[in-house]
Design a protein around this ligand. Sequence first.
Ligand SMILES: Nc1ncnc2c1ncn2[C@@H]1O[C@H](COP(=O)(O)OP(=O)(O)OP(=O)(O)O)[C@@H](O)[C@H]1O
Length: 599
Amino acid sequence: MKKTDTQIQRDGRRMLNRLLSYLKPYRRELAFGIFVLAVLAALDTIFPIMLREGIDRFAETGSLEGIWEYVGIYIALIALSTVFVSLGLKSWARSWGYLLNALRRDLFGKLECLSLDYYDTARSGWIIERFMRDVDIIAFFPTKFVHQRGSCVFRLVFFAVVMLALDWRMGLIIMATIPLILLLIKFFSILMIKRQRETRRQGSDMTAFFSETVTGAKNIKCLNLEDRLTEEFHEQSTQVKKVSMSLIRVNSAYAQAIYFMGCLTMGIVVTLGTSLCLDYSMSVGTLAAFISYATALYNNIVSLSAVGERYQNCKAAMERFFSLLDQPVRVDDTPEVKAQYPDEAAIAHLPKLHGGITFENVHFSYEDGQTVFRGLNLTIRPGETIALVGETGAGKTTLVNLACRFYEPTEGRILLDGQDYRNLPLRYIYKNLGYVLQSPHLFSGSILENIRYGRLDATDEEVKAAARMVYADAFISRLAEGYQTDVGEGGSLLSTGERQLVSFARALLVDPSILVLDEATASVDSETEVLISKATEALIEGRTTFIIAHRLSTARGADRILVVDHGAVVEDGTHEELMAARGYYYRLNLRQYENELLA
Ligand SMILES: Nc1ncnc2c1ncn2[C@@H]1O[C@H](COP(=O)(O)OP(=O)(O)OP(=O)(O)O)[C@@H](O)[C@H]1O
């Protein structure tokens, strides 16, 4: 439903209030900043008066009597201006820095607590744009921008009062041009706003596209998509250029129109002022002061004209920013759980999970997808190794994601050690959980640091012991810098097998009760495969383990194999039992065997 103008205005005000509430701790600083702006505007109002004095007292009379006092006052005014400019700069910069930091901190906090479903659908480029660009735009508006333009408001008021006091006829004529200038500004801002929005939208799409091509660079090369993507990028970039050029044309027409109006106003001031001077009804000094005021007034109005555009920019950025900040966290602790376990200390008292998991009549569907599970019942005993097999899209990952509470059932419940896991704090569940992804993510930094992410207080010796237990020590020792070797962004400087072993060591340090191993589909050499299989055995010892098996051979040693098909567990048993049953699993094995023979 389209919003009415009143609703849009109300939303705008609400967002602005929300933004200003961030600055509450800095309200004294801001009040001082506004005071400084008023003082600077007052000083700027005095300078044309000084000019008038100088011309009328010295130039017109030819006498230099009192010139030193005059120079002294002039220097004092300049010194005062300098001091207040510097005070203003510091005060507004502090508020800006604080606001920028607070907005980034809140957004980062939100991104950290958003559940998986959000990341499944959101584009990373879009999120990065909010974090970098929007936060900058928002923090700039109520601080640095107000600092730049705030004194214009004071100046306009002070100038108007002084001009009317000096000569009301000239004052009124100069002020009569203001509505004309405002009309001109309004006309051009309508033309500009549309083009600016389009430029930003296109720019944002281009950034998101660019970010996806950088993160997916490897796939793009493998799929030979370079030419198609380059073409697509050229199209996007041409569009951006087109809208930018159109904006530049309107901008330039605006600058010319304003310049013309400025010259016209000045012409009127000089003509009228000169005739008043010739009549002796105005001094030359007063005319010079009026020329000064008219020029400054004009510049100030043009400066203020940017407020509307900046506000629209800031409003659009606030809409995107707050929409991200207000994203519902779908998997979160209930208020009762939050009250019962308010902090880490309360969670630390909970005993380690044994790892028993029960699915009771679990139904699940993704937010905008089809139903995956309808009434799934399943009991997993503590310490069991469960291999999940099934065709792609059967629901293996979804089953594990539900067990780990990355998603929650839409109906039914899941029990951990006999308790509905919604009654347990999320952080506690995640503390008891280890997840080794198909292609494990390593963070930029050394191998030592990467393993230590499993338990931040682990000593170097404990880290090395964990690496030894999962057979990662051998390859790490062969590296020139050993444990201090930098793994590169995402671990790109290590091979897939090495990344797996490092992530196994990390998982071992976590010492989880429930472990998920998403088997890597990428092939590794046979020596590494043996190492990984030995490491897996060491890692799963004594833990409830889910192995998402992409190769049936991996499933063979599991205590139980669950065959998942179209969101249901259709077979459940050991390898021998399922082979003897000659059902789905048997056929899957047969098919894989035939494929291997044909290969
Ligand atoms: N985030 C999501 N949003 C909507 N639908 C999803 C999402 N993730 C998975 N699905 C759908 O849910 C179904 C089960 O997917 P799931 O990833 O659990 O299968 P899988 O057996 O693990 O497949 P694979 O072996 O290919 O990883 C599929 O139809 C899939 O398209």
